[in-house]
Design a binder for this molecule. Structure first.
Ligand code: MRU
Length: 362
């Protein structure tokens, strides 16, 4: 996607040395666009853990490149297995992290130590390129859902939660890919963007990337979606996901479940966009078994923003002694999901639906 006319991906190799890894520092958005250069395993792991880079597909790709950086330091089998585990431990919910590292290890275990670094970079590049192609396909398969809401004199309203745009993937995004595809096709649409407390991925990131692309949007408090749905102001909801069970339960940023409940009560279609890399085929009961990341209470008690003089400041918004809990994700049960949008097409949120599109998983 483009930022001020310049094409970017969310992770890329340094054009001069061809080994160090660049990401956009997402903790600095929307206030400033800063490119980070990662040169070691620990820098890559820190970038994922601190959410300088984030979003399920993107952390998979960055983890793959993180393993490349680790192998440059030590390509022995013992170090490789240890470093993959260390990177995997950074964030528990998005299954793309485990998926990408497993794919790298499967490729590398049978590769001679002397060739591992080159093979690893090639595999990481494939992971990144495939993510772009999958997300672009999700855009095509999601487009008819938006087209179906087109009526003369009506602007299609889509609600989304968190950031499942190109900043959360290598390019295009998952939930936002159908939106970009529809917008590029000339459909008159508007996006309700949930602010997505506590880290404000909607307010800070989704608004920023939609704005850079010229897509009309309005940020709303997380609690506003139900009201808009009751008043016919949401045609459909599209969200991303961090892990989908084989039965169609979908984990996503905390608060997604409440939007699904409101959508269900108001007969608003609720779609989950997921590349196959986000499907956990091993797991049947998403509500019971998807691990939910618990993050720092400070993300809830404090907020960061820009002061009128331009400085970025963090301040406490909760009474001094009150504790805070911060589960970062929740799971929307399949019964509340209208359907899944994958790179192979749309399906019901069910084992039958998913296996129909991915018969090799039977
Ligand atoms: O904690 P984050 O910001 O990594 O969570 C991101 C989300 O929940 C996204 O909606 C999800 O990863 C889908 S990304 C295409």
């Amino acid at each position: 996607m483009k930022i001020d006319g310049i094409a970017y991906r969310s992770v890329w190799l340094n054009a001069d040395d061809r080994w160090s890894v660049h990401i956009l520092d997402q903790t600095k958005l929307p206030w400033s666009l800063e490119v980070l250069r990662l040169t070691t395993r620990d820098e890559a792991a820190h970038a994922i853990k601190s959410m300088q880079t984030r979003g399920a597909p993107l952390i998979g790709a960055v983890a793959a490149y993180g393993l490349c950086l680790a192998l440059r330091a030590d390509a022995s089998t013992e170090a490789m297995e240890r470093d993959a585990e260390l990177i995997n431990a950074t964030r528990p919910t998005a299954v793309n992290l485990r998926w990408a590292l497993d794919r790298m290890l499967t490729r590398l275990r049978n590769t001679p130590v002397s060739e591992r670094v080159a093979v690893a970079y090639a595999e990481a590049a494939l992971i990144a390129d495939e993510d772009v192609a999958q997300n672009q396909a999700i855009g095509q398969f999601g487009l008819p859902l938006i087209e179906a809401a087109v009526r003369p004199g009506h602007r299609v309203n889509v609600l989304t939660h968190c950031n499942a745009g190109w900043l959360a993937t290598v390019d295009w995004g998952t939930a936002l890919s159908p939106i970009y595809t529809a917008f590029n096709a000339g459909i008159d649409l508007h996006v309700w963007v949930d602010e997505t407390r506590p880290r404000n991925q909607g307010a800070a990131l989704t608004t920023w990337e939609l704005g850079k692309h010229g897509v009309p949007h309005t940020v709303v408090a997380d609690n506003a979606g139900g009201h808009f749905m009751q008043h016919g102001m949401v045609d459909l909801v599209i969200v991303g996901t961090d892990r989908v069970s084989r039965t169609g339960d979908a984990a996503n940023k905390i608060g997604t479940y409440l939007k699904a409940l409101a959508a269900h009560d108001n007969n608003v279609p609720f779609w989950v966009a997921t590349p196959s890399t986000t499907i956990d085929w091993e797991l049947s009961d998403g509500v019971a078994d998807i691990p939910i990341e618990e993050r720092s209470a400070a993300e809830v008690t404090d907020m960061t923003g820009r002061l009128p003089d331009g400085t970025i400041a963090t301040m406490r918004v909760v009474a001094a002694d009150s504790p805070a809990a911060n589960p970062a994700f929740d799971v929307t049960p399949a019964r509340l999901v209208t359907g899944l949008i994958t790179e192979r097409g749309r399906c019901s949120a069910s084992a039958d639906g998913l296996l129909g599109l991915f018969p090799e998983r039977r």
